[in-house]
Design a protein around this ligand. Sequence first.
Ligand SMILES: *[C@@H]1O[C@H](CO)[C@@H](O)[C@H](O)[C@H]1NC(C)=O
Ligand SMILES: *[C@@H]1O[C@H](CO)[C@@H](O)[C@H](O)[C@H]1NC(C)=O
Ligand SMILES: *[C@@H]1O[C@H](CO)[C@@H](O)[C@H](O)[C@H]1NC(C)=O
Ligand SMILES: *[C@@H]1O[C@H](CO)[C@@H](O)[C@H](O)[C@H]1NC(C)=O
Ligand SMILES: *[C@@H]1O[C@H](CO)[C@@H](O)[C@H](O)[C@H]1NC(C)=O
Ligand SMILES: *[C@@H]1O[C@H](CO)[C@@H](O)[C@H](O)[C@H]1NC(C)=O
Ligand SMILES: *[C@@H]1O[C@H](CO)[C@@H](O)[C@H](O)[C@H]1NC(C)=O
Length: 456
Amino acid sequence: MHLKLESFVSFLALLVLFHVLVGLSHAAAAVAAGGGDQFMYEGFAGAWLDLDGMAVVEPDGKLMLTNVTSQMKGHAFHPAPLRFHAPANGTAAVRSFSTAFVFAIAADYVTVSGNGLAFFVAPSKNLSTASPSQFLGLFNSENNGNASNRIFAVELDTILNPEFRDINSNHVGVDVNGLVSVASKPAGYYADDDAGAFKNLTLFSGDAMQVWVDYDGGAMVINVTLAPVEVPKPSKPLISVAVDLSPVVNGTAYVGLSSSTGPFHTRHYVLGWSFAMDGPAPPLNYANLPKLPRVSAKRRSKVLDVLAPVATPLLALAVVAGVSFLVWRRIRYAELREDWEVEFGPHRFAYKDLFGDIAAAADARLCGDYDPNEAALVLKLGLLCSHPVAAERPSMRQVVQFLDGDVALPEPEPTYRSFTTLAMMQNADGFDSCAVSYPSTSTSIDGAPSVLSGGR
Ligand SMILES: *[C@@H]1O[C@H](CO)[C@@H](O)[C@H](O)[C@H]1NC(C)=O
Ligand SMILES: *[C@@H]1O[C@H](CO)[C@@H](O)[C@H](O)[C@H]1NC(C)=O
Ligand SMILES: *[C@@H]1O[C@H](CO)[C@@H](O)[C@H](O)[C@H]1NC(C)=O
Ligand SMILES: *[C@@H]1O[C@H](CO)[C@@H](O)[C@H](O)[C@H]1NC(C)=O
Ligand SMILES: *[C@@H]1O[C@H](CO)[C@@H](O)[C@H](O)[C@H]1NC(C)=O
Ligand SMILES: *[C@@H]1O[C@H](CO)[C@@H](O)[C@H](O)[C@H]1NC(C)=O
Ligand SMILES: *[C@@H]1O[C@H](CO)[C@@H](O)[C@H](O)[C@H]1NC(C)=O
C-alpha cells in the first residue's frame, strides 16, 4: 500500500515534469520556427508575446484581446522588432511580408458589437496614448491621420463610424496612419468552390475566421483575404490595393494585434497567428487551434434581441405613465370635458421638438395648462428609459426617485460624444436616428463615469 502510494506520487511528478517539458518545447518550437523573421503560434500557451491592456492568454491558449469591459483596449506584440528593409540594400523599398491569423468576435448583443480588431505594424510597442472604442487602440482624436504615426493596419471593424467614412458596420479596411481607410470592403470572400461567387460574412458572429495580409514589396500592393476558418485561402483577395509602405514602415518596426471595446460587451479572440518576411506566412492548421466556447446554440431572433431589452422597461414605464395620466386627467378635467378631447389620440414627438426647449413637444391643445417642469421630467425620463445601451437605463427604483424629485434627472447633452451610439442605432434594425437623442455618458472618450452606473 505504502509502496503503491509512493509510486503513484512519483508517477504524478513525472506526469507534471512531462507536461512542463512539452509546454517548454512547444514554446521553444514557436520561437525556433520564428528564426527572427518568421513566427507561428497555433494557440498562445507559452507564446513569446508582449501583452498590454486587457489582453490575456487564457489557460487553453486562446489570446483574448478584450474581455467584456467597456471602453478598453488590448495589444499583443511580437516582442522583437522586425527589419522591414532588405539588409545592405540601398533602396527605400519595404520587404514583402505576409501574415495570417484566426480570430473570433463574440458579442453579448447579437446585433451589435464593438469595436473591432486589427493587425498592425508600428514603430514602437508603446500605444499608451491610443484611445479605445472607435480608435481601435491604435490612434486617438489628436493623431488620427497624421503621417508621423507611421502605423499601417488592417482593421476588422464592427461599428459604422461616419467620422472615418466607414462603409458599414461589418467591414475590412486597409489603414495608413489613421482610421479613414485607403480601401475597404464589406466582410466576405470570393468562394473558389462556387465559381468565385461573393459570400457575406458577419465579423462578430462568434465564428472563427481567418485573415491573410500579404504585402508585395516589389509591386507595392497589399492584399487582404478573409474566409471562414474551414475554407482554404480563397485565390481572389477581398481587397487588393496599391500602397507604398516605404514612408510608413521605416527601418525596423513591431507587428501586433490590437482590439478595443466601446459600449458593447465584446470579447475579441485570436486563436492562431503566423508571420513571415519575404514569403507566405506559415499556414495555420485549424485542428491544432484552441477551440471556442460554443456560442449559445440557438440564436434568438434579431428583432427580439433588439426589442426585448428596450421594450420591457418602456412597456413598464408606458403603463405607469398611461395610468397616471388618465388618473390625472380624470381629476383635472372632470368638470370641463370638451369635444376635441374625445379625439385625443397617440402622439409622436420629433427629436427636433424635444431637443432644445423640451416643453415645445407638449400637446398644443393643453394650451400651456400644465407644469412645464413636470412635462420636461416625464419626457426626459422617457428618453432615458429608451436608451439604446441597457446599462444606461434607470432602474425602477431610480425612476421613482426621479419622479418624486428626490434625485435630479441628468440633463440630455448634445450628441458630440455619441458617434458610437449613433452608429449602433444605424446598425440595429428597427430604430431610427431620433432615438439617439439621449447620448450615452459611458461612450465618452474621456471615460466620464456614467451618472446611472450601478443602477440596476
Ligand atoms: C477585464 O479585464 C480588466 C483588465 O484586465 C479587468 O480589470 C476586469 O476585471 C476584466 N473583466 C472581466 C469581466 O473579466
Ligand atoms: C533591394 O530590395 C528590393 C526590394 O526587395 C529588390 O527589388 C532589389 O533587387 C534589392 N536590391 C539589391 C541590390 O539587393
Ligand atoms: C509611453 O508613452 C507615454 C507618452 O508618450 C509615456 O508617458 C510613457 O512613459 C511611455 N511608456 C513607456 C513604458 O515607455
Ligand atoms: C502630427 O504629429 C506631429 C508630431 O506629434 C506634430 O508635430 C504635428 O503638428 C502633427 N500634425 C498635425 C497636422 O496635427
Ligand atoms: C451581402 O451584404 C450586402 C451588404 O453588405 C447586401 O447588400 C447583400 O444583399 C448581402 N447578400 C446576401 C446573400 O446576404
Ligand atoms: C494580390 O492579389 C492580386 C490579384 O488577385 C494578385 O495578382 C497578386 O499576386 C496578389 N499578391 C500577393 C502578394 O498575394
Ligand atoms: C526614414 O527615416 C529617416 C530618419 O527618421 C529619414 O531620414 C528617411 O528619409 C526615412 N525614409 C523614408 C523612406 O521615409
